[in-house]
Design a protein around this ligand. Sequence first.
Ligand code: AMP
Length: 415
Amino acid sequence: MRVLLLGGGGREHALALGLAGDPGVEGLIAAPGNPGIADVAELRQVDATDPAAVAALAVEVGADLVVIGPEAPLVAGVADAVRAKGIPAFGPSAEAARLEGSKAFAKEVMAAAGVPTARAYTCEDAESTARALDEFGAPYVVKNDGLAAGKGVVVTEDRAAALAHARECGRVVVEEYLAGPEVSLFVVTDGEAAVPLLPAQDFKRVGDGDTGPNTGGMGAYTPLPWAPTGLVDEVMANTVHPTLAEMRRRGTPFAGLLYVGLAITAAGPRVIEFNARFGDPETQVVLALLETPLGGLLHAAATGTLADHPPLRWRGGAAVTVVLAAQNYPGTPRTGDVITGADQPGIIHAGTRRGPDGELLSSGGRVLCATATGADLAAARDAAYALVDGVTLAGAHHRSDIATGAVEGRITIPG
Ligand code: AMP
């Protein structure tokens, strides 16, 4: 099978490693890819949000499967255009990707499907926003209705800041605050059959102890030793299958990767958000433990044959990834600095490029993800931090507490 992979961040490097390791994948092409992906794939350039251009590239490279990493191409209809050429695509249609593209749409589907989630109002003016904020009380949660690359959400004790964010966004979803540890659950689906991957936890805040501004994610680990037994079965039964059924009922089945972001509250798991693609950096740790060949799994989901796919096999132990971020991230990051030590196995490229002499340079906010496995979480964490220690990048920073709460048994569910 020849696979075209769309995207060029850490998530796509992890996907590329998984696909390249699948004996059924004999050709891997990535667009645009990155210097890490270049070690395992042929790189091509394409405007990833231009459906016709991606479909033409898929035809040109003779792809048997197109795997779409980021959300923007999905919302732009790239999966639809690829499928229209008769080529299987892993990723939902533009209509179904609205589960991620519009917070208000996601809330509507959740309500129709009876999915446990935070109570919420969609608001378009200051008056209705203020009313919703006062009904729920602090901490206030205000979400931009549109795609904001994971950065459109403000959670604050400050009512004026909540109102100001709403004013900047225009249309927002104001919702009740959910207290409890967060879980990312990835579900591979062909629209009907659905297969959960291992639950993971990511770290959104830039600073140790969950302080400072939100980021795209500063690290992740899997599995979750503190997760309640039966968590995944419960979420599949009360959230994933009802949501997939509601999407089928609407005539817009969701096929691809359904990312369920949950808070484990005193009252049980509650959905914080849906995404329509693999999460970054949780993908790095989840795929590090997946033993089942990735290409075959994604192809089954893309061709409606997931019900016939054998059960997933997992490596034992645990995986941890620590993100190395550029100076000033999540503000405007400093880029163009030389990186050394990135050629260690387990270093996943997120924001890198080659300089004129082939040197590796930083090119984004999140630069590298140091990803390691181990017999248990403590061993995986120590191995990931040992990888970080081997890298140099001027001004870079990283969290030093990834997975530590779980290793030390400090994660508790309220109630
Ligand atoms: P989202 O883009 O919806 O995942 O939101 C980003 C982050 O904001 C989440 O990972 C949570 O940490 C936080 N968040 C979003 N909604 C809520 C909520 N209702 N209660 C508490 N925290 C939330």
